[in-house]
Write a protein that binds this ligand. Structure first.
Ligand SMILES: *Cc1c(COP(=O)(O)O)cnc(C)c1O
Length: 457
């Protein structure tokens, strides 16, 4: 066993294909329903929002889909990303476990999100789209898409949750630097935004509201603007599998194979990205890696939500999908992990969790920041609060291995760095953070507003 810390691949090792888990998932896909008619949606409905190549990928059951050369060229700005062995963290924990992490924070904008922003912008460019619309919470997704649209010469309108727009100006400025137009949501640019502002001019917004605005702008543009989503959908999770495909090769370089693979889950994309290639090895190659999704106790869609049909957004304009959900009327608590506040979960992750092929755990906020700070002090990288959820559980696994005297190989995804999250760290250092457990009765209450669908839930 060498004492190597960084496991690096060459540019030529950059994956040539994305992996489509739908080819191997033992769970049949569930229908996606039109929010108005509650009937299965047609490609015509989707083509208002997305270019045809993206729609094809969304419903594809091909195992591997080739990554276009134009996309690989831009991936090369930061991929392959390093696989790191967190030896200093292992030492601090005095654990026999080996802790590895895939470092997606080295992308130009600091998270895994360009992995899908780049191909989405590319397929839109090729299809003749002139401008794109999207939503963003804390700004990670908007920044990634702003970079990608800039590379392909596309205009971009970003609807940014108002509370973040006001409190977190730096990512807004980052997006504007790429040339994107950024609007605080709810805005007066959409019918839905105006209706909310009429009721409450102080409305702070939510991710669901911002999604609705971005969808409305694209849907009413007469075809010139297309919409883009940064998580949840099949094609997004598929684009993220470059993470896991590289990690498989890098674990091989390290001469080990993970017993457990861990990722935080907001909509499920970075988790699916690292976990699905390992799931394939479980299903096809007899491996038995545990795949562990980590969510905040404030947004427990997998561990406490119901697996049922719900709207993808709060305006009830986005398609209805079967997923683990807290209800589309969910209003998140003000936790600092902005990227983990979505009410639902990717249908693919939901189905695999329901089938027992992946595991999930919810962790509270303060313990998560304890882990983030321990990681920063050991490895020098300040993690995104979202990624810190994965670190919390990686540390818990390492401590459990220590208690049991086991050598355990742990791999987690560092989905991003926390350089734009200093106010969250400041709150932690000032002892101002609170733990918050989303109440079961609120989930029960929200279930009354689920769409009534004909298909068996
Ligand atoms: C957006 C984001 C997440 C959550 O989104 P997923 O689709 O679940 O990956 C996690 N970490 C970071 C750094 C993010 O920007």
């Amino acid at each position: 066993m060498s004492d190597q810390i960084r496991f690096m691949l060459n540019e030529s090792d950059l994956p040539k294909n994305w992996y489509n888990v739908m080819a191997d998932s033992p769970v049949p896909p569930t229908p996606v329903l039109n929010p108005m008619t509650k009937e299965p949606i047609t490609p015509e409905f989707l083509s208002v929002l997305f270019p045809m190549e993206i729609i094809k990928q969304e419903v594809s059951t091909e195992r591997f889909i080739q990554i276009p050369e134009e996309v690989r060229e831009i991936y090369k700005l930061y991929r392959p990303t390093p696989l790191m062995r967190a030896r200093r963290l292992e030492k601090a924990l005095d654990t026999p476990a080996h802790i590895y992490f895939k470092n997606e924070s080295v992308s130009p904008v600091g998270s895994h999100k360009p992995n899908t922003a780049i191909p989405q912008a590319f397929y839109n460019k090729v299809a003749g789209t002139k401008a794109m619309t999207t939503e963003t919470g804390a700004g990670q997704w908007g920044t990634a898409l702003a970079m990608a649209c800039n590379f392909f010469g596309l205009d971009l309108e970003v609807y940014m949750v108002k509370v973040s727009y006001v409190q977190k100006p730096y990512r807004r400025i980052y997006m504007q630097t790429f040339g994107a137009q950024v609007f605080a949501s709810p805005s007066n640019r959409t019918e839905f935004g105006r209706s909310l502002l009429a009721k409450d001019p102080e409305n702070n917004g939510s991710l669901g509201i911002a999604i609705s605005e971005a969808v409305e702008v694209a849907a009413t543009s007469g075809g010139s603007k297309k919409y883009s989503l940064g998580s949840v959908l099949n094609h997004v999770l598929m684009h993220q599998t470059v993470i896991g495909e590289e990690a498989l090769k890098q674990m091989d370089l390290a001469g080990e194979y993970p017993d457990v693979v861990i990722g935080c889950v907001g909509g499920g994309s970075n988790f699916g990205g690292i976990a699905f290639p390992f799931l394939r090895q479980n299903l096809k190659d007899g491996q038995r890696t545990r795949l562990l999704a980590v969510e905040p106790t404030a947004t427990p869609s997998l561990t406490k939500g119901k697996y049922t049909y719900d709207y993808g957004d709060s305006a009830m304009m986005a398609p209805i999908v079967k997923m683990h959900t807290l209800g589309h009327t969910f209003m998140p608590a003000g936790i600092h992990a902005g990227g983990l506040r979505y009410h639902g979960m990717a249908p693919s992750v939901s189905a695999l969790y329901d089938a027992g092929l992946i595991e999930a755990v919810a962790v509270p906020q303060i313990g998560t920041f304890d882990a983030a700070v321990q990681f920063t002090k050991s490895e020098g990288i300040i993690p995104a609060p979202e990624s810190a959820h994965a670190i919390r559980v990686a540390i818990d696994e390492a401590l459990d291995a220590k208690a049991k005297g086991e050598k355990r190989v742990i791999l987690f995804n560092l989905s991003g760095h926390g350089h734009f999250d200093m106010t969250a760290y400041q709150s932690y250092l000032n002892d101002e953070l609170e733990d918050y457990e989303y109440p079961t009765h609120a989930i029960e209450a929200a279930m009354k507003d689920l769409p009534k669908v004909e298909v068996e839930a």
